[in-house]
Design a protein around this ligand. Structure first.
Ligand SMILES: Nc1ncnc2c1ncn2[C@@H]1O[C@H](COP(=O)(O)OP(=O)(O)OP(=O)(O)O)[C@@H](O)[C@H]1O
Length: 317
């Protein structure tokens, strides 16, 4: 049984990419299962785009094995490219072609002809609410409209696997929600999706999540599993001297993250006895402070998983 048969649409083992002395992706193991929406999270420069480009067959790895849809990469890159769709944060269609012309061009690129091409084009215009915009030049559309056109273009040839690199970075919250609804429609119809994002609300919607840091996989699981298995404690502090307490806690080695949310502080510590330990620390500064345990969220998971290095790769380089 190969990776394609057992439900894994993407299997990567020991995937590595070096750019000179920089190890952008470092020994990554990843399995993406059929019809799942698999989220890809990580600080700036953690290697998400580089990984996605290798999984598309656009970039050759320095080391490691990749199978996509049962095919080894980069050997079968040309075959794989016909069965996958790829969309990046940068609008990659032609600004000076209309919506219809852009889709027509993509249909031709993917070998769709005649009545088949027309049927598919009409279906895309309708599904992605582009019918009224069909004659508009792509360059004059709003961010949300461009993104719908880019998605229509990426799925024109009905790919089995869709790789999306920060597809919602330039659109408003309602457009992001609509876009994610479209992604779930695709998953329900059997398409497998790997989506990188910096938005926690999007990450929360994924079936599974992989978190990268400095090119390494630092967490992998369903959002629920990752939140339930978060080591340490998540706490809320209410006090009068919020800024002073925050500065003091930020200097503590056991504090992985401290952020002001409204008038209280949200504190993530790696200590199991976090509440007693934190109460003592905080009350030494502000005797009236209240400390309570709160449920962990995905941002806590992200902070805990990526905190070991203290700053993003981009900052470090
Ligand atoms: N062609 C290249 N040549 C040299 N270095 C590169 C190249 N492509 C990427 N890098 C470096 O590899 C590292 C990982 O970059 P990558 O774009 O994969 O990160 P990312 O997680 O997608 O970041 P972001 O969230 O900012 O998009 C960065 O340090 C980047 O500068």
């Amino acid at each position: 049984m190969n990776a394609h048969d057992n439900g894994a649409v993407i299997t990567a083992r020991g995937l590595t990419k070096r750019f000179g002395d920089l190890v952008a992706v470092d020994g990554l193991d990843l399995d993406v299962r059929r019809a799942e929406v698999h989220g890809f999270l990580g600080p700036n420069g953690s290697g998400k785009s580089t990984t996605i480009r290798m999984l598309c067959g656009l970039l050759a790895p320095s080391a490691g094995d990749i199978r996509v849809l049962g095919h080894p990469l980069p050997r079968d890159a040309e075959t794989v490219k016909r069965s996958i769709g790829y969309m990046t944060q940068k609008f990659s269609l032609y600004d000076d072609l209309s919506v219809h012309e852009n889709l027509e061009f993509l249909a031709a690129v993917h070998g769709l002809r005649g009545a088949q091409a027309r049927r598919r084009l009409d279906a895309m215009l309708e599904r992605y609410r582009l019918g009224d915009l069909r004659r508009q030049l792509a360059g004059t559309m709003s961010g949300g409209q461009k993104q719908r056109l880019a998605l229509a273009g990426a799925v024109m040839h009905e790919p089995e696997l869709l790789l999306l690199d920060e597809p919602t970075s330039a659109v408003d919250p309602q457009s992001r929600r609509d876009f994610w609804d479209a992604l779930f429609d695709l998953a329900e119809a059997g398409t497998t999706l790997l989506v990188s994002t910096h938005y926690m609300d999007e990450a929360e919607r994924c079936h599974r999540l992989a978190i990268l840091d400095h090119g390494r996989l630092v967490a992998d699981g369903s959002p629920q599993e990752l939140m339930a298995n978060l080591p340490g404690s998540t706490l809320q502090v209410q006090c009068a001297e919020t800024r002073r307490v925050q500065r003091a806690l930020a200097a503590e080695t056991h504090v992985l993250g401290v952020a002001q949310i409204g008038s209280s502080l949200r504190v993530l510590t790696d200590r199991r006895d976090g509440i007693d330990w934190l109460r003592e620390r905080v009350r030494a500064i502000d005797a009236s402070a209240l400390v309570e345990t709160v449920a962990a969220n995905l941002e806590d998971v992200f902070v805990a998983a990526t905190r070991a290095h203290g700053q993003s790769t981009e900052d470090a380089t």
